[in-house]
Design a protein around this ligand. Structure first.
Ligand code: NIG
Ligand code: FE
Length: 410
């Protein structure tokens, strides 16, 4: 196996610690090491320690010069709608002029507009769009992407999206984790028969989707899916050995956090409207909150999820982009970190923890990625800055110089 020594990093931000979500005050400790280096053995990290020690044991390793930059783990984006065709810049313009997201959806736009574009795209077009977007994420430092379906809404088209996500993971440098979001909206074929659509999801789609995904998601929201729909889908998902993630309490408060706890969801995502009772339910149920400030910003709203109360309650908060063509067309976790710091009063350290080890934990991957520690996969980012806090500070900029995946530059 070839050995590589990463030298001359101004700071190595290790996120070292237990292979689980970091809770409460643990989120503030990102493990900043100055004068440290990292020795890779093939696609794994072998040693992380003071540069002088590593130079002594490095032998004839290949040398990689970080040129005084900051090295962090590859970012983990735990909530994206990666695979779709087209974009909704037309709706963006309408929202800028004052129309609301819900109004546009009720008039036939919104999720259904992307469903129409996605269904008519060829397999090659879908793969090309997914690769282009995944590459933008990679260039912003993301090496692992959770990818939801949800713009097909028939058995055939949902499976096509999940296959595209799988193929992206197999063909590109990114690691992709699939989630079946068949219950994203009720398609026109089932208008007036939501229960029938949910039966299609539980009885036809999920058994075929199971080999292609690890998780199942439901958009629990007025005019989308109810608590009972989510209970039915979650029961089937679990019977198939899949975990549950939930879009909860995004646009209206409807007890989504409590529902997530009741059905044993791994994560509850969004949570803009969640209150103290919801936070207590997440804590009691061991549900991980995945916060998506990009979608609040992207919809021009001002109510961000209560991150401080969640951290103070001891929850292992995760941040993700929610990358999608409607509410959050950003591929950038650093941008999301900036929003979290400025609008949700998370500290830079909490934001970085939320995009690395905590996000990895929410995907069941904390033993493989999310920190720079011996035995983990050698996926890391060299940033063109001298202090790690500059990552969220230079908002809208890209501090990434190079991204490494599996011990090689991506
Ligand atoms: O997470 N909330 C539902 N789904 C997406 C938006 C999807 C869309 O508008 O295309 C979200 O915000
Ligand atoms: Fe989403």
């Amino acid at each position: 196996m070839s050995r590589t020594l990463v030298l001359n990093a101004r700071q190595l931000v290790t996120l070292a610690g237990p292979n689980r979500g970091r809770m409460g005050p643990e989120m503030a400790d990102v493990g900043v090491r100055e004068g440290w280096a990292m020795l890779l053995d093939g696609d794994r990290i072998a040693v992380v320690g003071p540069e002088s020690h590593l130079l002594a044991e490095a032998g004839d390793s290949e040398i990689v010069d970080a040129e005084g930059g900051v090295v962090t783990p590859g970012f983990v984006d735990a909530h994206t709608h990666l695979v779709f065709a087209g974009n909704r810049a037309n709706e963006f313009e309408m929202r800028c002029a004052g129309r609301s997201y819900q109004e546009i959806a009720a008039a036939g736009g919104g999720i259904m507009a992307t469903v129409r574009a996605t269904r008519t795209a060829s397999d090659a077009e879908l793969l090309e769009a997914g690769a282009r977007h995944a590459d933008q994420m990679l260039r912003c430092g993301t090496t692992t992407i959770e990818a939801k379906s949800g713009y097909g809404l028939t058995v055939e088209h949902e499976l096509r999206l999940l296959r595209t996500a799988r193929d992206l993971g197999e063909s590109g440098p990114w690691r992709v984790v699939g989630t079946c979001l068949g219950a994203h909206a009720v398609p026109p074929e089932f208008e007036g028969d939501r229960a029938g659509y949910v039966t299609m999801v539980t009885d036809e789609l999920l058994p075929l989707a199971a080999p292609l995904c690890r998780y199942v998601d439901v958009f629990v929201e007025d005019r989308y899916f109810s608590h009972d729909d989510a209970r039915r889908i979650a029961a089937r998902a679990k019977a198939l050995g899949l975990g549950v993630r939930l879009h909860a309490d995004q646009l209206t408060y409807n007890g989504g956090a409590g529902l997530a706890a009741e059905i044993g969801a791994v994560t509850a995502d969004h949570l803009e409207q969640t209150d103290e009772a919801g936070i207590a339910a997440l804590l009691a149920g061991g549900v991980i909150p995945v916060l998506l400030p990009g979608s609040v910003f992207g919809l021009g709203l001002s109510r961000y999820p209560p991150a401080r109360a969640m951290i103070e309650a001891g929850l292992p908060v995760v941040l993700a982009t929610d990358f999608n063509p409607g509410s959050s067309p950003t591929p950038s976790l650093p941008m999301v970190m900036s929003l979290a710091c400025l609008q949700m009063r998370m500290t830079p350290a909490e934001a970085l923890t939320a995009c690395t080890i905590n996000a990895a934990h929410s995907l069941g991957l904390a033993d493989e990625i999310g920190s720079l520690e011996p035995g983990k996969r050698a996926g890391f980012v060299v940033h063109d800055i001298g202090d790690w806090r500059e990552i969220p500070y230079w908002f809208g900029a890209n501090t990434v110089r190079t991204v490494w995946v599996g011990g090689r530059p991506a």
